[in-house]
Design a binder for this molecule. Structure first.
Ligand code: URA
Length: 269
């Protein structure tokens, strides 16, 4: 997608916004298509004719590493996640993992926030723009609402652990593809196993469907208790509405409030 040359700066910005570009990652634009190792213009003038002729040839195409087939990437993710003996090791392994293409477009990985020893772990779907910039989950508008929901039952980020199914922001905040989700699943599963919370809160339908392996949508499943088998033990799990949904549909907050009360009650049992 190339913008037309006669566009004004304003039109150009609108074009980029519509194309899903909503964050700057550097002060200077980098022309990645420019020929590699081209001498500066002054040096070019003094080059012999044969060398100049070489330079008008198209730049060699940079060959990206062949993307891994999804099945292979899922197997590699399982293998890699299994070897992590601690959350720190898991984070380091995930930083090096190349099997998920989202890593290439994200600014940084968003691993977790909060207290890994907490009794409650909350898992969202994937980072958004603010999370991608800060490298922490739920720090944008929906994160602020999540903080208020937690405060309503006496919790905060020192008493919960927060992560996402997918640790890299999908471009333009699109929904992660089923393949991307499946590739990331072994990592979040291992993260839950290592954190070993007593209660798992799935924030939104995609998180609940992926982690609890269920098909029903969030309206049917929210507020119901499920079991998440971490491989180590059964953990009580409850889906609730995603805070981003609650921002769009504030009337639904009363149901999320009930779910938070269920979490509070379960904590006291
Ligand atoms: N939505 C999510 O699912 N996760 C975040 O971290 C932020 C928004």
């Amino acid at each position: 997608m190339t913008p037309a040359p006669e566009m004004t700066a304003r039109e150009l910005l609108d074009f980029y916004l519509e194309a899903g570009v909503d964050a700057l990652v550097g002060e200077e634009a980098v022309d990645r298509f420019a020929a590699v190792d081209q001498p500066a213009p002054a040096a070019r003038a003094s080059l012999p004719a044969a060398a100049k002729a070489d330079m008008v040839r198209p730049a060699p195409t940079l060959q990206p590493a062949a993307p891994q087939a999804p099945d292979e990437a899922i197997m590699a993710a399982r293998e890699a996640a299994r070897t992590a003996a601690s959350l720190d090791e898991l984070r380091a392994i995930l930083e090096k993992f190349e099997g998920c293409a989202l890593k290439g477009s994200a600014t940084r990985m968003v691993f977790a926030d909060g207290n890994p020893a907490a009794k409650v772990m909350l898992v969202g779907e994937a980072p958004g723009r603010d999370e991608d910039i800060e490298g922490l989950p739920f720090v944008g508008r929906s994160g602020k609402l999540l903080d208020r929901m937690l405060a309503a039952i006496g919790l905060d980020r020192t008493s919960v652990y927060i992560a996402n199914v997918v640790p890299w922001r999908p471009p333009g905040n699109r929904t992660p593809t089923p393949q991307e989700t499946q590739i990331c699943l072994p990592f979040i599963t291992r993260q839950i196993e290592l954190a070993d919370p007593d209660i798992l809160v799935c924030l939104g339908g995609p998180s609940a469907q992926t982690l609890l392996n269920i098909k029903d949508g969030i309206t049917k499943t929210r507020g119901r208790w499920f079991t998440f088998n971490s491989g180590k033990r059964d953990i009580r799990a409850i889906p609730t509405f995603h805070p981003a949904f609650l921002l769009r549909s504030p009337l639904q907050k009363r149901f999320a409030w009930r779910d938070m009360l269920s979490v509070k009650k379960a904590l006291s049992e």
